[in-house]
Design a protein. Structure first.
Length: 254
């Protein structure tokens, strides 16, 4: 595992790799650099059979406050046609796919704000532990964006249920850890000072599991979980995302 990351802090502890989003000054906003480094980490996990668990967390007061909207604007300013933004959105999808299909068990350790793209990253982890101070929101519509980041909408619908997701997305309402647990967005809720202990309760038995058994179990769950999908409409997410932001950018300029 390389050690020259700029936007992540990565610590390997034998069979457990801890990955921390490490840009607290931006609320750990998900930028192209963050996506590149996450892809590098997740790629390395595929090549290391000794790793059983990856824990994803965020530094500072929040797990992640969403995508880097400043970067979105910069990309559109230099490329109004949106090709660079489509590339970024495609990269987001690859990260989310890699989280879902990683041979290791992925655990999201959540605290503070878990917003937009941050919620998407958490959703694609296998297990999610949240502090009582977690606050969640899907702000895309309020920001003039479609819910098309990383292919997360079908994952959210599958995990939390269509009726409630519809309400939360259309209203952009904030909701806390208790509601997130009711919707299966969180598997467990604890006081923030007990968050590491909650994660450890999962990692202790997992590190004793056979890597082949873990890999096969994840493959089976992904296969059975997606069996109802006749086509993968999330393949259009990058196009939808860049087109909507591009149109909004042109409208502001006009």
């Amino acid at each position: 595992m390389r050690e020259d990351f700029k936007a992540l802090r990565v610590i390997a502890e034998g069979p457990v790799v801890k990955v921390e989003l490490n840009s607290p000054e931006t609320g750990n906003a998900v930028s192209g650099l963050v996506l590149d480094e996450l892809l590098a980490v997740l790629g390395a996990l595929h090549d290391d059979p000794g790793v059983r668990v990856m824990v994803l967390s965020g530094s500072g007061d929040d797990f992640c406050l969403g995508g880097d909207r400043r970067e979105f604007g910069e990309l559109l300013a230099t490329d109004p046609a949106g090709a660079d933004l489509r590339s970024l959105a495609g990269k987001a999808r690859r990260v989310c796919d890699a989280l879902a299909t990683a041979p290791t068990v992925t655990i999201a350790r959540l605290h503070g704000g878990v917003i937009g793209a941050g919620l998407a990253l958490a959703l694609f982890c296998d297990l999610r532990a949240g502090a009582e101070n977690c606050r969640f929101r899907m702000p895309e519509l309020a920001l003039g964006m479609p819910p098309a980041w990383g292919g997360s909408l079908p994952r959210l619908l599958h995990e939390a249920g269509a009726a409630k997701v519809r309400e939360l997305m259309l209203t952009g309402a904030n909701f806390g850890a208790e509601k997130a647990a009711e919707l299966s967005i969180l598997h467990t809720v604890v006081p923030e000072e007990e968050l590491d202990s909650a994660v450890t309760r999962w990692t202790k038995p997992l590190v004793r599991r056979s890597p082949m058994a873990l890999r096969t179990a994840k493959l089976m769950m992904n296969a059975y979980g997606n069996a109802h999908r006749l086509a993968d409409a999330t393949l259009f997410d990058a196009e939808l995302f860049s087109s909507a932001l591009g149109a909004a950018h042109q409208a502001r300029r006009g």
